[in-house]
Design a protein around this ligand. Structure first.
Ligand SMILES: [Fe+2]
Length: 477
């Protein structure tokens, strides 16, 4: 703390700040001054605008970036469907596949690595809600890849923003706007439409993705916490401009598009990574989860897990998220007379959890493992497993560090999340005994007290008299 000690060193430079307006030039003088669309752009470049919100979105929501590039993104052949019978990541548009809406608590064993595929073909939709054609909802993916994308390929999703949570391996991401290295314990957001290519410098990779079909991620409000805390804006890193020159027409590049969940491909005879400079606030970025300033109780009880929100994407109702990205980082527990693990609860929100590494302090019986996952859907009851309850109910309540070397996270959504055939069956990772191992062993400890004992428990004043009736809890019998 407060930064992660990464095994793989950083290799790129970044611009710091969340939702900051950045300017970056790979060649001095490439950005026009005081205008976005001059008749002749500097250095013989093309002006191109990338809109992340409607032109007329309110100023505080408006996201756009101006690109100064060697050739516009539109210079390619028509898109053709590719792998149309097999490639489908749209949760609601699956003619051959049912989305399972089930109230069961689900937990998955670690998902397998797959060294036979590249990034584009590594995306397995596990669960989701809504429809990218309506710009509504979210998709939750597991990715597992072992191959670099081809040297002459770029991929983009027209469907939404990718929030990528690596669990294993390193992603070296070449984007139109510059390069980003993403390692486990870092996250990365690649907004809708930005073209990129993923290579794997340390071999196979595996992790989780939340694709947001509506809105964009932002930092949560801090309220009475003040102006710092949780994820601080300065710790988010955007790439600096970096470009390739390959425009003599000799090489063919493929642009892969995920559009309404399906894959399309177009060709062009010049590199798509030719943005020499850009300015704006619509760009990919990354964040080291080790920099999260964790806040918690220093008296009794603990706050709701929303206190651990890194990024949020709000629905139309402020405070109600299409997707919250929440982490459970290493932290000190000091609360007095408190059951310290998460409380038992049923939630109007759905909760998809994953584990990057270590052991999550809310589940210590061993079934929730790194690269595994769980889903507690709307109003599906959950909480600490029986082993954790037993330990926590009898633990000595001294200050205690939990989660050392661990990082669990949650995608929390106000939407009912359906599970795909792949997620429920084909991946063959669903644990049939989740409830039997977790909650069915819970024992009742209730003992009806005698009236004398009740009297002994009532609050008393300094003279030992039972207090004012207004302070006395009600009981029947
Ligand atoms: Fe929960």
């Amino acid at each position: 703390m407060p930064v992660t000690d990464f095994k793989v060193p950083e290799k790129y430079k970044y611009l710091n700040g969340f939702n900051a307006y950045h300017e970056t030039e790979a060649v001095e003088g490439a950005l026009p001054i005081g205008a976005n669309n001059p008749q002749k752009a500097p250095l013989g470049l093309y002006n191109e605008k990338l809109s992340g919100t409607a032109f007329t979105a309110p100023r505080h929501e408006n996201q756009q970036t101006w690109l100064q590039r060697i050739l516009p993104a539109s210079a390619h052949s028509p898109f053709e469907p590719r792998e149309s019978s097999t490639y489908n990541t749209n949760p609601e548009n699956k003619p051959h596949e049912k989305i399972h809406q089930i109230p069961n608590q689900l937990r998955w064993d670690p998902f397998d690595l797959d060294e036979t595929v590249d990034w584009v073909h590594s995306l397995h939709l596990v669960a989701g809600a809504g429809d990218p054609t309506m710009k509504a909802g979210l998709g939750i993916f597991i990715y597992a890849a072992g191959k670099d994308m081809s040297e002459r390929e770029a991929f983009y999703s027209a469907d939404g923003d990718f929030l990528i949570v690596p669990q294993h391996g390193v992603l070296d991401i070449q984007t139109e706007l510059g390069n980003i290295l993403v390692r486990p314990n870092e996250i990365c957001v690649i907004p809708r439409g930005i073209r990129y290519r993923v290579t794997l410098p340390q071999g196979p990779v595996r992790g989780y993705i939340c694709e947001l079909y509506q809105n964009h991620f932002t930092l949560p409000e801090l309220g009475p916490m003040g102006s710092n805390g949780l994820a601080n804006a300065r710790d988010f890193q955007a790439p600096v401009a970096s470009f390739v020159e390959d425009h003599n027409g000799e090489n063919t590049y493929t642009i892969l598009s995920k559009f309404a969940g399906h894959l399309f491909a177009a060709e062009q005879n010049h590199t798509p990574f030719d943005v020499v400079a850009w300015h704006g606030n619509y760009y990919p970025y990354k964040y080291d989860l080790g920099r999260f300033n964790t806040i918690g109780s220093i008296s009794f009880d603990h706050p709701d897990p929303s206190i651990f929100t890194v990024l949020t994407a709000q629905s139309e109702h402020p405070g109600t998220a299409i997707a919250d990205f929440v982490i459970f980082p290493p932290r000190w527990l000091v609360a007095e007379d408190t059951f310290r693990p998460p409380y038992y609860h049923r939630n109007t929100m759905s909760e998809f959890m994953g584990l990057i590494g270590g052991e999550y302090d809310g589940k210590t019986a061993g079934g929730f493992q790194p690269a595994g996952a769980s889903l507690h859907n709307i109003m599906s009851a959950h909480g600490p497993d029986a082993v954790t309850h037993e330990k926590a109910s009898n633990a000595e309540l001294k200050p205690m560090k939990v989660g050392d070397g661990s990082m669990a996270f949650m995608f929390e959504s106000c939407l009912m999340v359906g599970v795909t055939d792949w997620g429920l069956k084909k991946c063959a990772k669903v644990q049939p005994d989740y409830n039997a191992e977790s909650w069915e062993p819970l024992k009742p400890h209730f003992k009806r007290p005698t009236p004398a004992k009740i009297e002994n428990n009532l609050p008393r004043n300094a003279k030992g008299e039972i207090g004012d009736k207004g302070q006395v809890p009600h009981w029947t019998s």
